[in-house]
Write a protein that binds this ligand. Sequence first.
Ligand code: 5GP
Ligand code: ZN
Length: 113
Amino acid sequence: MADCIFCKIAEKEIPATIVYEDDKIISFKDLEPQAPVHVLIIPKKHIESLDDLKEEDRELIAHLMLKVKDIAAELGLENGYRLVNNCGEDGFQTVKHLHFHLLGKRKMTWPPG
Ligand code: 5GP
Ligand code: ZN
């Protein structure tokens, strides 16, 4: 989608430090890391948010979720991690392309801000 920063990263139009990629998803380091390990995992397809998932995306989202543990293992998060999705205005979603934050290598707290 034009003017979507994450589509541009997926299409290699703007640079990012990619940690995992296949035909359906891509994972890259967050520009402003909130933990020693902080990557984003996104579908290459432009889907605005979790709220916009459609039945036809079932296989794609299952694929993404099943890759989380592999990416976490690759990044050395054997002691655990946090997976976050911010959805919509109240969820404080700033980039309107579905993404999951994978954070690790520090002890998380609860509740989030
Ligand atoms: P949100 O607030 O929408 O859940 O998260 C968006 C995330 O994208 C933020 O953590 C922000 O640091 C990250 N981000 C925004 N623009 C870029 C970019 O151009 N490159 C990378 N690698 N991360 C970005
Ligand atoms: Zn997009």
